[in-house]
Structure formats: structure tokens, C-alpha cells
Write a protein that binds this ligand. Structure first.
Ligand SMILES: NC(=O)c1ccc[n+]([C@@H]2O[C@H](COP(=O)([O-])OP(=O)(O)OC[C@H]3O[C@@H](n4cnc5c(N)ncnc54)[C@H](O)[C@@H]3O)[C@@H](O)[C@H]2O)c1
Length: 307
């Protein structure tokens, strides 16, 4: 019988697991659940003889992949797949997929939530400020960026977007101002919301030359990936600008240094929360399960990311 492992150190909502189970068992497959595990060895042990795996942010490095003797497909229930070693997967003939767009509304709502939390002084009772009419730069206009645009327009924000891979008309059709360079985006906007993937081009790319273009006050919101930020430059911005703030869903490695010096202008969710809603869990989890069934039964490779 085809064995499908769901390996999640941060478990899906129970209602999502129920939906995944239904899809897998209705296909005649067996579901194996490894939730909230604490050691990579547990993951390695569980993956040894399964045909398919669904993961979230769980690290699938070379060691894990090499231990997976029967694995044919790995699906990252979510957008970013930088937690999976694609070269090692390809070398073993394993198809890797993501589930694009399934959690994007959840992440976008969190991005706006972080902004509100900050401009209202972390709800400390003191007078804050409003998002209405403030300039928001949306850095990448993919699934999350578009949802941020939709919600931010509702707040009355003045929205700009930069994405070299999305046609200008797509951005303008949504009533968002198109910007032709990343430098221009940062120069224009007091708020920047990051929605770029972490890849060789974007890692460390949000650096001092870019950030220092932002007008004051400047608020950088990162619900994308920690690696896209140059953290030494982030610290420099905190030191140089009295009204630079950083709000994040992805913990910086120099968190303690930032917290020690700039607590009033920094907030990071205690755990990555962007996709942690029942709706997003259901959407991404069930999409992942369906993609596995379609691949095993029909060879459907839509959403493969290691082509
Ligand atoms: N916090 C969370 O829990 C959470 C959840 C989902 C996604 N994410 C992260 O959010 C980010 C966006 O996810 P998404 O679902 O919108 O992905 P997506 O693939 O739909 O969109 C990414 C966009 O980035 C654009 N892009 C790529 N390289 C770029 C560059 N150099 N400059 C500008 N734009 C560039 C692409 O054209 C695309 O439109 C990713 O980093 C993803 O890992 C975080």
C-alpha cells in the first residue's frame, strides 16, 4: 500500500489533518502522522519506507533525503521550499512540489496586523498613528503581495509595488502604483512589506544601500524569510535612525542584540505565524494531499519545483 507521511514539527490544525486523512485514505493510501517531533532522527526514521511526504517548514536536508529509500514525492504545504534540498531530491529522482497561493491571505493579514500593532505602540495605551494615506511599498507582487495590496487598499494606504517578473498591467489593474526599480520603491515608501522568495538573487539583498533610501519614519515588515535581510545592515539602520522599525514573522539571528537596544521599534512573532490559521492549514494541507494522489495515480507533475 502507498504510504504517505505527514511530518510536521509544527503541527497542522486538527481540522486540516482530518481533511488530509480523508483525501489520502479515500485514494486507498495509508497515512502516517509524525507531529510535533523534536529530533531530526525521528523524521529520518519515519521517512525511511514511505512513498510520499508532506512537510511544512521541516528541514529536508541531504541526510533526510538519502534515508528515504522509497520516496517518490515530497510536497511542501506552503509557498517557500527553501527547507528542501532540491539538488539531493533531483539526484534521487524525487519530485518536489509546493502548494502556491494556499496560505497567502493568512500571511497578508498578519503583515497588516503587525503594522497596526506597531503604529498603535504595541497597544500600550499611548497615542499612536494610522495607516490611512501612508505610503506602502510591496516588495514582490506574488500571491502574498497581492493579498497585502487588497487589504492595505481597504485601510486607505497609498500602495506601490515592485516585481520584475510581473507585468506592469497586472499591478495597475489592481489599482496599485507600479514602480520600475527596487531603489525607487524604497525611496518612495515609509512602509515596506517584503514578499520575495529566498533564493541566490534575493538572499541578503535587503541591505543598507536600499533601506537607507526609505523616508522617515520607516517601517520594514518581513513575513517572507529572514535570509533576505542583511542583518548587520539592519542593525546599522536601527543605530542610525531613531524612527526605523522592524516587524517580523521570521526571527533574525541577531535578535538579542536588536532587542537589547531597540525594543520599542522591534517586534517578532515568537514563532513563525504567517500560515498558522485553520483556513491556511486546510487549504495547503489538502492541496498537498491532492497533489500527491494526482501524482501517484496519474503522474500529474503540476507544481513541481525541481524540474
Ligand atoms: N511567514 C510565513 O509563514 C510565510 C508563509 C507563506 C509564504 N511565506 C514567504 O512569503 C514570500 C512570498 O510568498 P508567495 O506565496 O507570495 O510566493 P509567490 O511565489 O507567489 O510570489 C513571489 C513573488 O516574488 C517575485 N520575485 C522573485 N524574485 C524577485 C526579486 N528579485 N525582486 C522582486 N520580486 C521578485 C516573483 O515574481 C513572485 O511574484 C516567500 O518568501 C515565502 O517563503 C512566508
Amino acid at each position: 500500500m502507498t504510504k504517505v507521511l505527514v511530518a510536521t514539527d509544527k503541527a497542522f490544525a486538527p481540522v486540516a489533518v482530518k481533511g488530509i486523512r480523508e483525501v489520502i485514505e479515500n485514494a486507498g493510501f495509508e497515512l502516517i502522522l509524525l507531529e510535533s517531533y523534536t529530533s531530526p532522527e525521528d523524521f529520518i526514521k519515519a521517512i525511511t519506507d514511505v512513498d510520499a511526504v508532506i512537510v511544512r517548514s521541516d528541514k529536508m536536508d541531504k541526510t533526510v533525503i538519502e534515508a528515504a529509500a522509497n520516496l517518490k514525492i515530497a510536497v511542501r504545504a506552503g509557498a517557500g521550499y527553501d527547507n528542501i534540498d532540491l539538488a539531493a531530491s533531483t539526484a534521487k529522482g524525487i519530485v518536489v512540489m509546493n502548494t502556491p497561493g494556499q496560505n497567502s491571505n493568512a500571511v497578508a493579514e498578519l503583515a497588516l496586523g503587525l503594522m497596526v500593532y506597531y503604529v498603535r505602540n504595541f497597544f500600550n495605551g499611548k497615542s499612536g498613528w494610522e495607516l490611512k494615506d501612508k505610503k506602502l511599498g510591496i516588495h514582490a507582487y506574488g500571491a502574498v503581495g497581492r493579498n497585502v495590496a487588497r487589504i492595505a487598499k481597504g485601510f486607505g494606504m497609498d500602495c506601490y509595488a515592485f516585481d520584475p517578473f510581473i507585468p506592469r498591467e497586472v499591478i495597475e489593474k489592481d489599482g496599485i502604483k507600479w514602480v520600475g526599480s527596487v531603489e525607487e520603491l524604497y525611496s518612495k515608501c515609509n512602509f515596506i512589506s517584503l514578499h520575495i522568495p529566498a533564493n541566490s538573487q534575493t538572499k541578503q539583498s535587503v541591505n543598507y544601500p536600499l533601506l537607507s533610501r526609505m523616508p522617515s519614519p520607516s517601517v520594514l515588515v518581513n513575513t517572507a524569510r529572514a535570509e533576505v535581510i542583511n542583518e548587520a545592515d539592519l542593525l546599522k539602520m536601527f543605530q542610525e535612525r531613531k524612527n526605523f522599525a522592524y516587524l517580523s514573522d521570521v526571527e533574525p539571528t541577531n535578535k538579542s542584540e536588536i532587542e537589547a537596544g531597540f525594543k520599542a521599534r522591534y517586534f517578532c512573532t515568537p514563532k513563525k505565524m504567517g500560515a498558522q490559521t485553520e483556513e491556511a492549514n486546510i487549504n495547503a494541507g489538502i492541496a498537498a494531499a491532492r497533489q500527491i494522489v494526482n501524482f501517484i495515480k496519474n503522474g500529474d507533475k503540476t507544481f513541481q519545483v525541481n524540474k
